[in-house]
Design a protein around this ligand. Structure first.
Ligand code: HH2
Length: 269
């Protein structure tokens, strides 16, 4: 078993999603105002989130990039004011550095530090924990890159290659959490196959973070079209992911997820 990561308890733990964006797929516009974002984040912590993931760029399928200076304008006031354990969800090295300077302690990069050439050396030199997530292409192009031989072994191999590059750049494996990237260059069937095969990612020797919250495959399985109405399905998928080896769940619905995890763990003993 991997040791503690990012100072978090061994898990399963909840990472609350705090998107300071106008256009995120399920909570866009809700937390664009820094005061509202901080209040929502503190509520998530009160509800049991172990860490908050602050993002200023939507990476939903088909989305265009957000200019890094606009991204920083959105996230930095929230990071500065929140005063709790924070990660920053960004692909841009300038935002990573500014967020760490402002008090964030973890980098969460959906491109696994591939989008920005300076990201690997920055994270290595700061010695901070990092989430390496699997994606192909970019949010703008990824929907056309969902063809795999075997999705579990292909994603595992591609993520393993990113992990090797991170280690070669001087990032300690103990500082890395891995994430199969649910919904990023994956069909709904691919997402389901990855969750069923999640235990294979244990071989990487890192904590496994999973972001299923409100995503499209849950709409497909549940028949609920509105992402904001998918809390129950997201909790079910999160518990399933934990049963397959996930130890960090990135979620919108913190209170419901924490309650479900407590009951499930109490029953499992
Ligand atoms: N999913 C999203 C964004 N960041 N990071 C990790 N590590 N894993 C994920 O699955 C993941 C992520 C997309 O979800 P959300 O932030 O809710 O939406 P948007 O990208 O539209 O802001």
């Amino acid at each position: 078993m991997p040791g503690p990561w990012a100072g978090l308890p061994p898990g399963p733990v909840v990472m609350g999603i705090l998107n300071a964006t106008p256009d995120s797929f399920s909570d866009g516009g809700l937390h664009l105002d820094p005061g509202l974002a901080v209040a929502a984040g503190l509520q998530m912590v009160a509800d049991g989130a172990a860490i908050l993931d602050v993002g200023g760029e939507s990476t939903r399928p088909g989305s265009a990039p957000t200019p890094p200076d606009e991204e920083r304008r959105r996230v930095l006031p929230v990071i500065t004011a929140a005063g709790v354990k924070l990660s920053v969800d960004t692909r841009n090295v300038g935002t990573m550095a500014a967020a760490l300077d402002a008090g964030a302690t973890v980098i969460n990069d959906v491109s696994a530090l591939s989008h920005d050439a300076l990201a690997l050396p920055l994270v290595a030199s700061r010695g901070c924990p990092v989430v390496l997530m699997h994606m192909r292409g970019t949010p703008a192009t990824m929907t056309g890159m969902t063809s795999y031989g075997d999705v579990v072994s292909d994603v595992l191999a591609e993520l393993s290659a990113r992990l090797a590059l991170a280690e070669a750049a001087g990032i300690r494996r103990a500082n890395v959490a891995v994430d199969p990237g649910i919904g990023f260059a994956k069909t709904p069937a691919g997402c389901i196959a990855l969750l069923r095969g999640l235990s294979a990612f244990r071989n990487l020797g890192c904590p496994i973070l999973v972001g299923v919250s409100r995503k499209g495959f849950i709409g497909g399985l549940s028949g609920v079209a509105d992402p904001a109405g998918r809390a129950a399905g997201s909790v079910a998928a999160g518990l399933y992911a934990v049963s397959q080896g996930a130890s960090i769940l990135r979620v919108h619905d913190v209170a419901a997820t924490v309650q479900a995890l407590r009951v499930w763990q109490g029953l499992a003993g």
